[in-house]
Write a protein that binds this ligand. Sequence first.
Ligand SMILES: Cc1ncc(COP(=O)(O)O)c(C=O)c1O
Length: 369
Amino acid sequence: MKPLLEQIRRLLEHRQQAGTLRDLQPPSGYIDFYSNDYLGFSRDTQFQKRLVSLLSNYPQCLTGVSGSRVIVGDSVQHLEIESWLAQQHRVEAALLFGSGYLANLALFSCIVGWHDTIIVDECIHRSVHDGCGLSRAKKWKFRHNDLDHLESLLKKASGNIIVAVESLYSMEGDLAPLIDLVTLTEQYDAHLIVDEAHAVGVFDYGLVAYHGLQSKVFATLVAFGKAMGIRGGALLGSRLMKSYVVNYASTFVYTTGIPLFQALEIREAYRYLKECPERRTALQEAIARFRIYGLSSTSAKCSPIQIVSITGTEHVRRVSSIAQQNGLAVYPIVAPTVREGSECLRICLHAFNKAEEIDLLGNLLRQNI
Ligand SMILES: Cc1ncc(COP(=O)(O)O)c(C=O)c1O
């Protein structure tokens, strides 16, 4: 076997032996305690019908835009929807992407360079790390939500300084102290970027908007593949930031623009969100019911992501398989997604989870961890 193929085979075998090999499988059909469909939009037939009616109004929207948006691939509707989205979030400008991952990659890859410093929370999403890797800036990590540690790094940082956090952490289920982060970054002339992939929809327009911090934050990332039930991402911020990304981010310039349908469905999802405030109430009720079981220590009490720590890959997998035998799908998080020793179950609560389903899960976990 050629050396490269041998190396690939060995690395996969290593994961297999460690019990961490990933595999692609069809959905289990079990009760959903693992997806990011927090408000139930992606399974909502009413919402699906509205998307279908978009198609009949704009039959041309399903096909591709035939090029990069900076060359041929733009339309009046793309621009209108971006302005509309910016208005909704009370920011100057919005820029749409095919996914949240691509939006982060674009921003972090170009916003700073060689002489600058990006300081990220150690739990920040992979897309931010990958973007930083492309930027060639120094990348430092601060301990999760530890502002003293962040300050010690801010004191040593050079060049332009970016600080990157998630408002609701996807693998921890806790919140960033956004107001304190704004104060601290202002003190050190650093620029704050907030990833709201999991917060938007769950907390209406996200926590930056909730706290009225739009003008204090350099850029916000919103993603639509989670609570909004569709797909896509957007960068929100100043006109200057948007224009810079449009000009300098390879992952925006050298790729075909998003199809109009994706832009239209993003606007439709926001409209639907406005019409269904009861979904957010139902979600909070589901979270409160789960928390009665006292299993989750570090996740925020309003978070749809409730982390239950269970140390050891085998132990987490065993508990998750007991849940499955009872018709419940939960997601075991093991290395390499988290460090060895930090294994856990990531329980996602949804507006559609019934009280008896939550009780079954709570009781099973209590008995088996
Ligand atoms: C915190 C965070 N940021 C960004 C992303 C990427 O978003 P998308 O799934 O739209 O690519 C994710 C997805 O898991 C995420 O959890």
